[in-house]
Design a protein around this ligand. Structure first.
Ligand SMILES: [Mn+2]
Length: 249
C-alpha cells in the first residue's frame, strides 16, 4: 500500500452548478491535486456522489471535472480506493475497473504498516437503523438495480435528485448527534477489542477523532461543512481539515 494514506467521505457532489457546488468542487479538486503531488493512496469512503448510477454504456456527465482530477492523480501514481456509500453504490465497470484501483462494496479490513484498519461507509450501524437496513438491502438488490436500469437515465436521475433534495445532512439535534456518536463509539470499542487498531467511517457528517482504550476511531466529517480528511503517515492516524496548500507547491 502506498503511503501516506488519505481518507475522505461524504462530498455529495450534486448534478447542479450552484455557487456552493462550484466552491465545493474547486476545493476538492485542489485537494486531489495536492494528493497527486504527495503521492500515496486516497480512500474515498462513500457518498462522493450525491447520486451515481451507472448503465451498461452510460454514466453521468455532471462529474466530469472531478473524474478528470481523480484520473490525473491516478496517472501520477496515486492509488484510488473506493468504499461505496448509500448514495453511490450503483457503480459498474467504470467505477470498479476504469477509475478506481480497488472497490470494496462491503467495506475493507486492511493490514497496513502493522496496523489493522476497518474502513466502511458506516450506514446501518445504529441499533435503531433496522428499517433502514431493510431498505438498504432492497436498494442494493440485483432485481431492483436491474429494473431501475430500464428507466431512461434522465428519469432515473430526476427521481434520485428529488429524493436527495429533502436529504438535509445536518438535521439532527445536538442531543441526537451525541447519542449517535455514543453508539458508534461502542461499536468501535467492540471492533478494537477484536484486534482492529483503527476504525474509520463516514456517513454521519460529524467530525470526530476519538482515542479508545485499544485503538482509535475516526468519523471523517464531510466536504459540505468540514472539508476534512483522515491522514496516516505510516506511524499515526489523524483527522485534518483541508486548508488551501497552493502556496506550498
Ligand atoms: Mn451516507
Amino acid at each position: 500500500m502506498k503511503l501516506p494514506l488519505y481518507f475522505i467521505s461524504d462530498v455529495h457532489l450534486n448534478l447542479n452548478d450552484s455557487a456552493n457546488e462550484v466552491e465545493k468542487r474547486g476545493r476538492l479538486i485542489e485537494f486531489v491535486q495536492y494528493v497527486s503531488k504527495t503521492g500515496g493512496t486516497l480512500f474515498i469512503v462513500g457518498d462522493l456522489f450525491d447520486f451515481w448510477f451507472e448503465y451498461k454504456h452510460v454514466m453521468p456527465k455532471a462529474y466530469f471535472d472531478i473524474l478528470t482530477a481523480l484520473n490525473d492523480a491516478k496517472l501520477n501514481g496515486v492509488d484510488l480506493h473506493f468504499i461505496p456509500g448509500n448514495h453511490d453504490c450503483w457503480g459498474r465497470e467504470f467505477l470498479d475497473e476504469t477509475l478506481f484501483n480497488k472497490v470494496y462494496p462491503e467495506g475493507a479490513t486492511l493490514d497496513i504498516k502493522g496496523k489493522r484498519f476497518l474502513i466502511s461507509h458506516g450506514d446501518g450501524l445504529l441499533s435503531w437503523d433496522r428499517g433502514y437496513r431493510v431498505l438498504r438491502s432492497v436498494l442494493r438488490n440485483r432485481v431492483f438495480v436491474f429494473l431501475y436500469r430500464w428507466l431512461h437515465p434522465d428519469i432515473g436521475y430526476a427521481i434520485a435528485k428529488n429524493f436527495s433534495r429533502n436529504d438535509d445532512y445536518d438535521h439532527y439535534s445536538a442531543e441526537q448527534k451525541e447519542k449517535i456518536v455514543e453508539e458508534l463509539i461502542q461499536y468501535s470499542e467492540e471492533q478494537c477489542k477484536n484486534d482492529i487498531d483503527y476504525v474509520i467511517i463516514g456517513h454521519y457528517h460529524q467530525h470526530k477523532d476519538i482515542r479508545l482504550e485499544n485503538g482509535q476511531f475516526l468519523i471523517l466529517g464531510d466536504w459540505i461543512k468540514y472539508h476534512s480528511y483522515g491522514f496516516f503517515d505510516g506511524e499515526s492516524l489523524s483527522l485534518k481539515s483541508w486548508e488551501s496548500k497552493k502556496v506550498e507547491y
